[in-house]
Design a protein around this ligand. Structure first.
Ligand SMILES: Cc1cc2nc3c(=O)[nH]c(=O)nc-3n(C[C@H](O)[C@H](O)[C@H](O)COP(=O)(O)O)c2cc1C
Length: 304
């Protein structure tokens, strides 16, 4: 056997085994072909990425992924409740739910199931039922009478008697200035913002309570007789003098549907923009401008 024959058979001329001898012989063949095959595959993929059908398919996949509005949770039920909430002025003293349930809905200071941290927040509420509810609306009438014209008082009295006092109860919303002052001291850079944010907090609470009461079959409206009645209300129920009355929400069983609601064109009121990635990764990669290598953006305006 010649030395070359010995090497092809995987043995050294001294008889020792050379495990890599045969693979090396094969690798020699493939090592020449593989880079060519790889380059062809890369070129084919690059060509494919850049073809119109691929880009269309990619864009469709991106668009359908981002515009899939099928519900994955309870948002449909929530949005239906938001849509159903209205100002209901024709209410009776009945309630389809127990008072305890109302108290549970409204996070009052006496609702001890709430953690202490949430009790120290600026939005507070008190629920009045029965005589307390009647007393509130008497306070409103007594306070307003000497302050408004007889004609105005007559209109207010008719509204209070036939609507608000006719209900089952009233939720009082307050803003507690004590935690607001503490936050202003702790974060002086935002000191002038905290009172406004406290009002936002109360507004969000009002909206949640209003929508939830109506979701439970009650009707409610939002009234504002503060600050005129604030001192009398704090005195009547022994509330802290750091509490500022923000709003009153009389509620009861609706005895008539709400009035027709008209809207100005939605496009005049609300606009939003949708940004979607529309180009392929290949487009981004081949862009000569580094800053443009992020995906291109499609902007579309719409309305809700
Ligand atoms: C912040 C805020 C304050 C309101 N204040 C009063 C009010 O003092 N008296 C009243 O009768 N309605 C009040 N409303 C009710 C609005 O007039 C009512 O929400 C609006 O006409 C839309 O009707 P809807 O509640 O049936 O959707 C208030 C509503 C909001 C959001």
């Amino acid at each position: 056997m010649t030395s070359s024959e010995s090497t092809r058979k995987g043995h050294a001329s001294d008889g020792a085994t050379l495990p890599s001898a045969r693979p090396q012989a094969r690798g020699g063949t493939f090592s020449g072909v593989l880079p060519i095959v790889g380059a062809v595959v890369v070129l084919l993929l690059a060509f494919l990425f850049n073809t119109e059908p691929f880009q269309q398919a990619f864009n469709t996949a991106q668009t359908s992924a981002s515009s899939d509005v099928s519900s994955t949770g309870t948002s449909d039920a929530f949005l239906a409740a938001v849509k159903t909430r209205r100002s209901i002025y024709t209410i009776t003293s009945e309630s389809p739910i127990p008072d305890d349930k109302v108290v549970q809905i409204v996070p009052t200071p006496s609702n001890t199931s709430r953690p202490p941290s949430t009790r120290s927040r600026p939005a507070c509420a008190v629920v009045l039922f029965g005589d307390a509810h009647q007393k509130l609306w008497q306070i409103v009438l007594h306070t307003l009478k000497p302050k408004v014209s007889p004609e105005q008082y007559e209109m207010t009295e008719a509204k209070v008697t036939s609507s608000f006092a006719a209900g089952h109860g009233t939720v009082l919303f307050f803003e507690d200035s004590a935690p607001v002052t503490a936050l202003q001291t702790a974060y002086p850079s935002y000191a002038d913002k905290f009172p406004g944010w406290a009002q936002h907090t109360s507004g969000m609470l009002q909206f949640i309570v209003w929508t939830t009461l109506e979701n439970e079959g009650l009707g409610a409206s939002l009234q504002h007789y503060a600050p005129l009645i604030t001192p009398q209300v704090l005195a009547a129920w022994g509330l802290p003098d750091t509490w500022e009355l923000v709003a009153q929400m009389p509620f009861g069983t609706p005895s008539a549907p709400p009035g027709e609601k008209t809207f100005s064109p939605v496009e005049d009121r609300i606009k939003f923009s949708v940004y979607r990635r529309v180009s392929t990764a290949w487009d981004a990669w081949r862009s000569p401008d580094r800053s443009a290598r992020s995906f291109e953006i499609e902007k579309s305006c719409g309305q809700i």
